[in-house]
Design a binder for this molecule. Sequence first.
Ligand code: SF4
Length: 120
Amino acid sequence: MGHCKRRGYCCQDVRLAESPDMLRTAYEFWKKSAKVDPTFSEIYLIFPMLKFKYENQDEDLPYHYHCCHYTIDAEGTPTCSIHPWRPRMCRDFPYYEEEAHLDREGPLSPYEGCGYNDPD
Ligand code: SF4
């Protein structure tokens, strides 16, 4: 099983089931709420950090975004500018909320070239 090699593919192409309009609407709703509902998906809270790239309705996760926190450090290595505070979806990648759903025969990450797909 591989591990993150800081190649940045996932940060430059965040794939979601939610459209930009859906994310914006849910985010605006959340902003007006008195407190964060723990059942409210974090996915909606990340709307301000995502820039929409394109959609491909032939895919399970058709909406592609670029994360504004993705950057290149002084050594030329891809990095996350908010790494200690990055959202759970980033901390858990590519496991998400459960490992049980993973296809053990297939690549761990959906991103070609991702370090999680390299043998360690
Ligand atoms: S918050 Fe950081 S880890 Fe998450 S997608 Fe953006 S750059 Fe990548």
